[in-house]
Design a protein around this ligand. Structure first.
Ligand code: ZN
Length: 273
């Protein structure tokens, strides 16, 4: 995969990335979040929008309030995960903004003020429901070709796709095909730098998943195996630091293959059919 990289950003400092869009990176770097979560400040017909306020982090919330003068009209969420949604309560408390997101929030105890279904638009941003990484994941498309792609498509890495009920590999792959058929020109992801020429990249992501799936099937044709054994055989040593994530991905692939009638399981031992 031709992943993109960038130097460590200046945390909390807004930087223009597209017309009417500034990016602020939160200081939550990790193996899963790259340099940190991207928060986007977007000028919209409904006022200033913050897409993904980021993690629960007082320094980041203070940076967003400073960057906007405290005038945030709407807070828009790509999905419920804490590194994107965690700062929402604090930012809403500080600014009185209304929240926008998928009509079924992915976790208990929160409801958006403005719930969106697939294809609905608010503030010039059209929701594209792209479950897989998270069931409530929305990308947001602007008419000028910019797509806020959240964690469905990230420039720096492939996405974690947990098995049901938290994620779904079938949905994830369907979502990639759906994006590949669109004509967006620039993705602004939840982590990592802006992604130009996104269709070729999305096609590559799909090929990568198909290749992983074929490798799983080939290994199971040799003999039945459990997910830890598959991870051991299929993942490079450098990826082993992410073993729990790798195992979740393998379990998602197995779930998809089972739905397609290509594998079966006895307990946690899987057989190719
Ligand atoms: Zn994330």
């Amino acid at each position: 995969m031709a992943y993109l990289s960038e130097p460590e950003p200046e945390y909390g400092r807004p930087k223009p990335v597209a017309p009417g869009v500034r990016r602020v990176v939160a200081r939550n770097p990790s193996m899963m979040t790259y340099h940190g979560t991207n928060t986007y400040l977007v000028e919209t017909p409904e006022g200033l929008a913050v897409i993904d306020p980021g993690p629960e982090n007082a320094e980041h919330v203070a940076a967003l309030v400073a960057a906007t003068g405290g005038r945030v009209d709407i807070v828009i969420l790509t999905h419920w995960h804490h590194d994107h949604h965690g700062a929402t309560p604090a930012l809403v408390a500080a600014t009185g903004a209304r929240t926008v997101g998928f009509h079924r929030f992915g976790a208990q105890g929160f409801h958006h003020d403005i719930p969106l279904k697939d294809g609905e638009a608010f503030a010039g941003l059209r929701a594209v429901h792209t479950p897989g990484h998270a069931t409530d994941h929305l990308c947001y498309a602007r008419e000028d070709g910019i797509l806020f792609s959240g964690d469905h498509v990230m420039s720096w890495s492939s996405s974690i796709v947990p098995p049901p009920p938290f994620g779904d590999m079938t949905d994830y792959c369907d979502g990639l095909r759906r994006l590949a058929a669109r004509d967006d020109t620039l993705y602004l992801p939840g982590h990592g730098p802006p992604l130009p020429e996104p269709q070729a990249y999305v096609a590559e992501l799909l090929r990568y998943r198909v290749a992983r799936e074929e490798a799983i099937l080939a290994t199971l044709r040799e003999k039945p195996r459990d997910p830890p054994a598959l991870v051991e055989l299929l993942y490079a040593k450098r990826e082993m630091r992410l073993r729990p994530a790798a195992e979740r991905n393998v379990r998602s692939h197995l779930d998809k293959l089972r739905k397609e009638g290509r594998v079966s399981a006895e307990g946690d031992v899987w057989t190719a059919l």
